[in-house]
Ligand binder design. Structure first.
Ligand code: 8IG
Length: 273
Protein backbone atom coordinates (compact mmCIF):
# COMPACT_ATOMS: atom_id res chain seq x y z
CA UNK A 1 0.00 0.00 0.00
CA UNK A 2 1.41 3.38 -0.89
CA UNK A 3 1.60 6.04 1.78
CA UNK A 4 -0.23 9.28 0.90
CA UNK A 5 2.73 11.25 2.28
CA UNK A 6 4.82 9.86 -0.57
CA UNK A 7 2.90 12.03 -3.00
CA UNK A 8 5.03 15.19 -3.15
CA UNK A 9 2.04 17.37 -3.96
CA UNK A 10 0.05 16.17 -0.94
CA UNK A 11 -0.34 18.55 1.99
CA UNK A 12 1.10 16.78 5.07
CA UNK A 13 -1.06 18.85 7.44
CA UNK A 14 -4.18 17.83 5.54
CA UNK A 15 -3.20 14.15 5.88
CA UNK A 16 -2.55 14.71 9.60
CA UNK A 17 -6.05 16.19 9.92
CA UNK A 18 -7.55 13.16 8.16
CA UNK A 19 -5.56 10.85 10.44
CA UNK A 20 -6.71 12.74 13.54
CA UNK A 21 -10.33 12.61 12.42
CA UNK A 22 -10.15 8.84 11.90
CA UNK A 23 -8.49 8.42 15.31
CA UNK A 24 -11.31 10.43 16.91
CA UNK A 25 -13.88 8.20 15.16
CA UNK A 26 -12.17 4.92 16.01
CA UNK A 27 -11.46 5.83 19.65
CA UNK A 28 -14.64 7.77 20.36
CA UNK A 29 -12.42 10.44 21.94
CA UNK A 30 -13.02 13.79 20.23
CA UNK A 31 -9.94 15.52 21.65
CA UNK A 32 -6.67 14.21 23.03
CA UNK A 33 -4.72 16.46 25.40
CA UNK A 34 -1.30 14.85 25.61
CA UNK A 35 0.59 12.71 23.11
CA UNK A 36 3.48 10.34 23.74
CA UNK A 37 5.97 8.64 21.49
CA UNK A 38 7.45 5.76 23.42
CA UNK A 39 10.91 4.74 22.25
CA UNK A 40 13.19 1.88 23.27
CA UNK A 41 12.62 1.02 26.92
CA UNK A 42 9.57 3.24 27.46
CA UNK A 43 6.72 1.12 26.08
CA UNK A 44 5.41 -0.07 29.46
CA UNK A 45 4.41 3.50 30.36
CA UNK A 46 1.34 3.05 28.18
CA UNK A 47 0.06 0.37 30.59
CA UNK A 48 0.67 2.51 33.66
CA UNK A 49 -0.69 5.94 32.85
CA UNK A 50 -4.39 5.12 32.71
CA UNK A 51 -7.17 3.06 31.20
CA UNK A 52 -6.77 2.09 27.53
CA UNK A 53 -9.93 3.19 25.73
CA UNK A 54 -8.97 1.92 22.29
CA UNK A 55 -5.99 0.44 20.49
CA UNK A 56 -5.75 0.97 16.75
CA UNK A 57 -3.46 -0.61 14.21
CA UNK A 58 -1.36 2.35 13.05
CA UNK A 59 -1.20 0.97 9.53
CA UNK A 60 -4.98 1.62 9.25
CA UNK A 61 -4.50 5.38 9.78
CA UNK A 62 -3.54 7.60 6.81
CA UNK A 63 0.20 8.35 6.63
CA UNK A 64 1.32 5.73 9.16
CA UNK A 65 3.16 2.50 8.42
CA UNK A 66 4.38 -0.57 10.27
CA UNK A 67 7.66 -0.13 12.22
CA UNK A 68 10.87 -1.81 11.18
CA UNK A 69 12.70 -2.01 14.51
CA UNK A 70 12.32 -4.95 16.87
CA UNK A 71 10.95 -3.70 20.19
CA UNK A 72 8.68 -1.11 18.60
CA UNK A 73 4.92 -1.65 18.32
CA UNK A 74 2.69 -0.36 15.56
CA UNK A 75 -0.36 0.63 17.54
CA UNK A 76 -1.96 3.95 18.36
CA UNK A 77 -3.60 3.88 21.79
CA UNK A 78 -6.06 6.22 23.37
CA UNK A 79 -5.73 6.27 27.16
CA UNK A 80 -8.04 7.90 29.70
CA UNK A 81 -5.92 9.48 32.42
CA UNK A 82 -7.02 9.54 36.08
CA UNK A 83 -7.38 13.35 35.91
CA UNK A 84 -9.98 13.14 33.13
CA UNK A 85 -7.60 14.04 30.31
CA UNK A 86 -6.89 11.83 27.31
CA UNK A 87 -3.50 10.69 26.09
CA UNK A 88 -2.64 9.45 22.62
CA UNK A 89 0.23 6.97 22.56
CA UNK A 90 1.97 6.73 19.22
CA UNK A 91 3.65 3.34 19.06
CA UNK A 92 4.69 3.64 15.46
CA UNK A 93 7.68 5.93 15.19
CA UNK A 94 9.17 6.25 11.72
CA UNK A 95 12.90 6.90 11.85
CA UNK A 96 14.74 9.20 9.47
CA UNK A 97 17.17 6.39 8.61
CA UNK A 98 14.33 4.43 7.02
CA UNK A 99 14.67 6.81 4.12
CA UNK A 100 10.97 7.66 3.70
CA UNK A 101 11.59 11.36 4.18
CA UNK A 102 10.97 13.82 7.00
CA UNK A 103 7.23 14.12 6.37
CA UNK A 104 6.79 10.50 7.40
CA UNK A 105 9.09 10.99 10.43
CA UNK A 106 6.96 13.80 11.90
CA UNK A 107 3.53 12.58 10.84
CA UNK A 108 2.75 11.19 14.31
CA UNK A 109 3.52 14.52 15.92
CA UNK A 110 1.41 16.43 13.39
CA UNK A 111 -1.44 13.97 13.82
CA UNK A 112 -1.26 14.37 17.61
CA UNK A 113 -1.45 18.15 17.23
CA UNK A 114 -4.40 17.81 14.87
CA UNK A 115 -6.04 15.52 17.45
CA UNK A 116 -5.89 18.40 19.91
CA UNK A 117 -2.76 17.60 21.90
CA UNK A 118 -0.93 20.60 23.34
CA UNK A 119 1.79 18.57 25.05
CA UNK A 120 4.14 16.23 23.18
CA UNK A 121 6.20 13.78 25.19
CA UNK A 122 9.06 12.35 23.14
CA UNK A 123 11.08 9.45 24.53
CA UNK A 124 13.93 7.46 23.08
CA UNK A 125 16.82 5.15 23.79
CA UNK A 126 20.19 6.82 23.37
CA UNK A 127 23.91 6.47 23.85
CA UNK A 128 25.38 8.47 26.72
CA UNK A 129 28.54 10.55 26.78
CA UNK A 130 28.63 11.54 30.47
CA UNK A 131 30.44 8.73 32.28
CA UNK A 132 28.50 9.53 35.45
CA UNK A 133 25.43 8.04 33.73
CA UNK A 134 25.11 4.26 33.84
CA UNK A 135 23.09 2.24 31.31
CA UNK A 136 19.49 2.35 32.51
CA UNK A 137 19.62 6.04 33.49
CA UNK A 138 16.69 8.23 32.38
CA UNK A 139 17.80 11.71 31.35
CA UNK A 140 15.69 14.82 30.63
CA UNK A 141 16.46 16.37 27.26
CA UNK A 142 17.31 20.05 27.80
CA UNK A 143 18.11 20.93 24.18
CA UNK A 144 19.21 19.27 20.96
CA UNK A 145 21.71 19.45 18.14
CA UNK A 146 20.27 18.30 14.84
CA UNK A 147 22.96 16.59 12.75
CA UNK A 148 20.60 15.10 10.19
CA UNK A 149 20.99 18.04 7.79
CA UNK A 150 17.20 17.86 7.43
CA UNK A 151 14.23 19.82 8.77
CA UNK A 152 10.53 19.01 8.90
CA UNK A 153 9.82 22.62 7.98
CA UNK A 154 9.29 23.39 4.33
CA UNK A 155 9.78 26.73 2.65
CA UNK A 156 10.46 29.94 4.52
CA UNK A 157 9.01 28.68 7.80
CA UNK A 158 11.15 30.33 10.46
CA UNK A 159 10.39 28.81 13.84
CA UNK A 160 11.99 29.86 17.12
CA UNK A 161 13.55 26.93 19.00
CA UNK A 162 14.49 28.75 22.21
CA UNK A 163 13.14 26.66 25.12
CA UNK A 164 12.11 23.92 22.68
CA UNK A 165 12.29 21.37 25.51
CA UNK A 166 10.06 23.27 27.91
CA UNK A 167 11.76 24.45 31.09
CA UNK A 168 8.35 24.40 32.75
CA UNK A 169 7.80 20.72 31.93
CA UNK A 170 11.35 19.79 32.95
CA UNK A 171 10.66 21.42 36.32
CA UNK A 172 7.45 19.39 36.63
CA UNK A 173 9.48 16.23 35.94
CA UNK A 174 12.01 17.18 38.59
CA UNK A 175 9.22 17.79 41.08
CA UNK A 176 8.58 14.03 40.79
CA UNK A 177 12.25 12.99 40.80
CA UNK A 178 14.66 15.69 41.97
CA UNK A 179 17.56 13.47 40.94
CA UNK A 180 16.75 13.61 37.22
CA UNK A 181 19.75 14.88 35.30
CA UNK A 182 19.44 16.60 31.92
CA UNK A 183 21.48 16.77 28.77
CA UNK A 184 21.74 17.88 25.16
CA UNK A 185 20.49 15.25 22.70
CA UNK A 186 22.27 14.95 19.38
CA UNK A 187 20.36 13.38 16.51
CA UNK A 188 22.44 11.58 13.92
CA UNK A 189 20.90 10.12 10.81
CA UNK A 190 22.00 6.54 11.58
CA UNK A 191 21.33 3.68 11.28
CA UNK A 192 25.00 3.06 11.98
CA UNK A 193 26.14 4.06 15.43
CA UNK A 194 28.78 6.79 15.69
CA UNK A 195 32.50 6.35 15.35
CA UNK A 196 34.48 7.17 18.50
CA UNK A 197 35.76 10.30 16.69
CA UNK A 198 32.20 11.48 16.06
CA UNK A 199 31.40 10.92 19.72
CA UNK A 200 34.42 13.05 20.70
CA UNK A 201 33.21 15.76 18.31
CA UNK A 202 29.80 15.74 19.99
CA UNK A 203 31.40 15.88 23.41
CA UNK A 204 33.46 18.92 22.43
CA UNK A 205 30.55 20.83 21.08
CA UNK A 206 28.35 20.24 24.06
CA UNK A 207 26.30 17.12 23.40
CA UNK A 208 25.55 14.53 26.08
CA UNK A 209 23.33 11.96 24.34
CA UNK A 210 23.45 10.50 20.85
CA UNK A 211 20.49 8.99 19.07
CA UNK A 212 18.57 8.63 15.83
CA UNK A 213 15.20 10.28 16.56
CA UNK A 214 13.43 13.04 18.48
CA UNK A 215 15.08 16.28 17.25
CA UNK A 216 13.12 16.39 13.98
CA UNK A 217 9.94 15.44 15.84
CA UNK A 218 10.51 18.15 18.46
CA UNK A 219 10.88 20.79 15.73
CA UNK A 220 7.59 19.69 14.15
CA UNK A 221 5.91 19.76 17.56
CA UNK A 222 7.07 23.32 18.12
CA UNK A 223 5.88 24.31 14.67
CA UNK A 224 2.48 22.91 15.64
CA UNK A 225 2.53 25.01 18.81
CA UNK A 226 2.97 22.13 21.25
CA UNK A 227 4.96 22.15 24.46
CA UNK A 228 7.64 19.43 24.37
CA UNK A 229 8.93 17.16 27.12
CA UNK A 230 11.83 14.92 26.07
CA UNK A 231 13.41 11.92 27.77
CA UNK A 232 16.26 9.64 26.83
CA UNK A 233 16.87 6.26 28.36
CA UNK A 234 20.61 5.86 28.23
CA UNK A 235 20.97 2.24 27.20
CA UNK A 236 24.67 2.28 26.39
CA UNK A 237 27.71 4.49 26.66
CA UNK A 238 28.42 6.00 23.25
CA UNK A 239 31.05 4.41 21.00
CA UNK A 240 34.57 4.84 22.32
CA UNK A 241 33.29 6.02 25.72
CA UNK A 242 32.66 2.36 26.47
CA UNK A 243 35.52 0.18 25.24
CA UNK A 244 33.37 -2.69 23.97
CA UNK A 245 31.44 -2.65 20.66
CA UNK A 246 27.82 -1.48 20.68
CA UNK A 247 25.13 -4.06 20.02
CA UNK A 248 21.40 -3.79 19.47
CA UNK A 249 21.00 -6.73 21.88
CA UNK A 250 22.72 -4.69 24.61
CA UNK A 251 20.37 -1.78 23.90
CA UNK A 252 17.30 -4.02 24.16
CA UNK A 253 18.63 -5.64 27.35
CA UNK A 254 19.19 -2.30 29.10
CA UNK A 255 15.74 -1.22 27.97
CA UNK A 256 14.10 -4.30 29.45
CA UNK A 257 15.97 -3.87 32.73
CA UNK A 258 15.01 -0.21 33.10
CA UNK A 259 11.53 -0.39 31.59
CA UNK A 260 9.45 -0.85 34.75
CA UNK A 261 11.26 1.88 36.69
CA UNK A 262 11.33 4.58 34.02
CA UNK A 263 7.80 3.87 32.84
CA UNK A 264 6.51 4.30 36.41
CA UNK A 265 8.44 7.58 36.63
CA UNK A 266 6.92 8.82 33.37
CA UNK A 267 3.44 7.77 34.47
CA UNK A 268 3.82 9.76 37.69
CA UNK A 269 5.05 12.83 35.81
CA UNK A 270 2.02 12.65 33.53
CA UNK A 271 -0.32 12.90 36.54
CA UNK A 272 1.23 16.33 37.23
CA UNK A 273 0.84 17.79 33.75
I1 8IG B 1 19.49 2.90 22.17
O1 8IG B 1 24.88 5.02 20.92
C1 8IG B 1 20.83 3.93 21.15
N1 8IG B 1 20.48 4.62 20.08
N2 8IG B 1 23.14 7.25 17.33
N3 8IG B 1 24.04 6.11 19.14
C2 8IG B 1 22.96 6.45 18.36
N4 8IG B 1 21.75 5.98 18.58
C3 8IG B 1 21.59 5.17 19.63
C4 8IG B 1 22.62 4.80 20.49
C5 8IG B 1 23.92 5.31 20.23
N5 8IG B 1 22.12 4.00 21.43
Amino acid sequence: MTNPLENPTANPFEIAREAAQLIAERTGVAKHDIALTLGSGWAKAADLIGETVASINAADIPGFSAPVVEGHVATIRSIALPNGKHALVLGARTHFYEGHGVRRVVHGVRTAAAAGASTMILTNGAGGIKTSWKPGTAVLISDHINLTAASPLEGATFIDLTDLYSKRLRDVARSVDAGLDEGVYVQFRGPHYETPAEVQMVKHFGGHLVGMSTALEAIAAREAGMEVLGFSLMTNLAAGIQDTPLSHAEVLGAGREAEGRISALLAEIITKL
